[in-house]
Design a protein around this ligand. Structure first.
Ligand SMILES: Cc1cc2nc3c(=O)[nH]c(=O)nc-3n(C[C@H](O)[C@H](O)[C@H](O)COP(=O)(O)O)c2cc1C
Length: 213
């Protein structure tokens, strides 16, 4: 059992973080969560989840979101909770995943701003040599975005864009989401039942496989 930190920012793609957290909890892991104020707005807009002003009431939203049993594996922190465990390198967080990662958070992580708990947790992962997985979402990408992505990849971060493939022949939105989440879980070393490429000779699967089970 590992404790992961999932930072949810104001980029589009909250279906990815939703599926990711569910998959981590289902696999028996613990998850620390933090949503930025912009992330809380997009969370409300895309998934209809009300996490309160600035995401401060995410914990209250959790029982409906993840179910009472799973909620015991989850801890939610306000974005200004700089005293929270993920702020310190002494807290043994298995990996930090920023999903989805906005271009704003990307730039601030690259520059070491640490202006909220998500950015600080990412900063800690970099300084402690722990795994940092960034799931950026924006299109098109400007030169600033590309430079920031390259700089962070060179610093050791895993840059894993929210960019689903189509070779597993997705039929549903969940199939597309599952493809990206499966890639994230692979980088975290977490088992999942998602689609695996077996070559073009294989007959196409009846339907895409959802790593959330
Ligand atoms: C509905 C909606 C969708 C957005 N999608 C993106 C996006 O895909 N990528 C991005 O970088 N910013 C996106 N933004 C803008 C960010 O939310 C904004 O830059 C914000 O300041 C990011 O703050 P944060 O990094 O602290 O979460 C979106 C905003 C809204 C309201």
């Amino acid at each position: 059992m590992t404790r992961f930190f999932v930072g949810i920012t104001g980029a589009s793609g909250h279906a990815y973080s939703d599926a990711l957290v569910r998959a981590l909890v289902r696999a028996g892991h613990e998850v620390d969560l933090c949503v930025t104020p912009a992330g809380a707005k997009v969370l409300r807009h895309e998934l209809g989840i009300e996490s309160g002003e600035g995401g401060r009431e995410l914990a209250r939203a959790l029982p409906e979101w993840f179910g009472a049993q799973s909620a015991r594996s989850l801890r939610a922190f306000a974005p200004d909770a700089i005293e929270a465990p993920p702020s310190s390198g002494t807290a043994l967080t298995g990996a930090v995943i920023v999903c989805p990662c906005s271009m704003g958070t990307l730039a601030r992580v690259r520059a070491g701003f640490s202006s909220n708990l998500v950015e600080r947790a990412a900063d800690v992962a970099l300084k402690e040599g722990r795994k940092l997985v960034l799931v950026p979402r924006e299109t098109p990408l400007s030169e600033i975005h590309l430079e920031n992505l390259l700089a962070l990849a060179r610093m050791g971060a895993v840059v894993l864009p929210a960019m689903p493939g189509f070779y597993h022949r997705p039929r549903t939105l969940e199939d597309l989401v599952a493809h990206v989440v499966g890639k994230i879980l692979d980088r975290l070393g977490v088992e999942h039942a998602g689609a695996r490429w077996k070559g073009t000779e294989e007959p196409p699967a009846e339907r895409g496989t959802d790593p959330r089970g």
